[in-house]
Design a protein around this ligand. Structure first.
Ligand SMILES: [Zn+2]
Length: 298
């Protein structure tokens, strides 16, 4: 047995019910709609199983996931796009250049800001949030630099990677570097970056289809991205969308009797449907103050 620390007791760590990246098209579970499938690794375990920090760090968050706002975690994590109630009761631990996340907990011990050590019990497993049964959902998150487009500034974003890399690897630094190189954005289809909003090309996408989605022309997208042959875009390529602005959701937006999407849209001369479509929201998406919404300039 190695000296690796698992997030659950060793005898439970051998059984993984869903691995990172499984269900890549989100057909089985609607909340796996993020690019790349399952964002973490699931360990089935009875409610109340001790959950351990897999490395030394500082607690970033220990509470209901849905209370986290992008602003609060600006430097540290971007949660699955406006739908962080999925994780239930969560603990996030900052390890410097990566973050671990322990979700669906029933109880947590440390509070935000406390130091924890490797192997320390930080909570008890549970079945909170969107969970199909008692288990620990464990994620590893890192800050990744991505090239947005030729000649454009690279963007920084938060990406999930395979937690097994972090658990197994003898050379953690090499594992982290590999994960960083393979990192993809986690928000559905489009992602946040300082340079603006961009679309990640999926199989079957065309520049015309992407342009139509954002109310742009092919020529506008081609010029903005330095694309010489609009019929030759590649899967995984990131297409910057010109003129998109971000709106930080306010408490007044959330409380609006007409609904949050309509309230946001009204401030930009847009319909609520447009806002929902642009952000990939569905009627069941819960939007909180502090979340970010993409708004196309009129
Ligand atoms: Zn999971």
């Amino acid at each position: 047995m190695s000296t690796d620390v698992y997030p659950v007791p060793d005898e439970l760590a051998r059984t993984i019910s869903q691995r990172f990246g499984e269900d890549p098209h989100g057909r089985r579970f609607p909340w796996n709609r993020h690019t790349g499938g399952h964002l973490g690794q699931d360990y089935p375990c009875p409610v109340g199983t001790p959950v351990r920090a897999i490395a030394d760090g500082t607690v970033l968050w220990a509470d209901w996931g849905h209370k986290i706002t992008d602003d609060e975690l600006e430097r540290k994590a971007v949660l699955p796009d406006n739908s962080s109630e999925e994780g239930g009761f969560c603990v996030y631990i900052d390890h410097g250049d990566w973050i671990s996340c322990y979700a669906h907990l029933s109880h947590r011990y440390p509070a935000a800001g406390e130091r924890v050590t490797r192997g320390q019990v930080i909570g008890l497993s549970g079945n909170t949030g969107q969970s199909t049964g008692p288990h620990l959902h464990f994620e590893c998150i890192l800050e990744a630099r991505v090239d947005l487009a030729p000649g454009k500034v690279a963007g920084i974003l938060w990406a999930r990677y395979d937690p097994q890399l972090q658990i197994d690897a003898e050379n953690k630094a090499a594992a982290l570097a590999a994960a960083r190189a393979a990192a993809r954005p986690v928000t559905p289809r489009h992602a946040i970056a300082p340079a603006g909003l961009f679309w990640i090309v999926d199989p079957g996408d065309t520049l015309g289809g992407i342009a139509a989605h954002y109310g742009k022309t092919i020529a506008e997208l081609a010029q903005h991205n330095g694309i010489r042959h609009p019929d030759r875009i590649e899967v995984g390529q990131r297409i910057l969308i010109p003129g998109a602005v971000v709106h930080t959701v306010t408490a007044a937006d959330v409380a609006s009797p007409q609904g949050v999407a309509a309230a946001i849209g009204g401030q930009y001369g847009l319909s609520g449907e447009h806002i929902m479509h642009l952000n990939g929201w569905t009627v069941s998406t819960i939007v909180y103050a502090g979340n970010r919404a993409w708004v196309q300039k009129g």
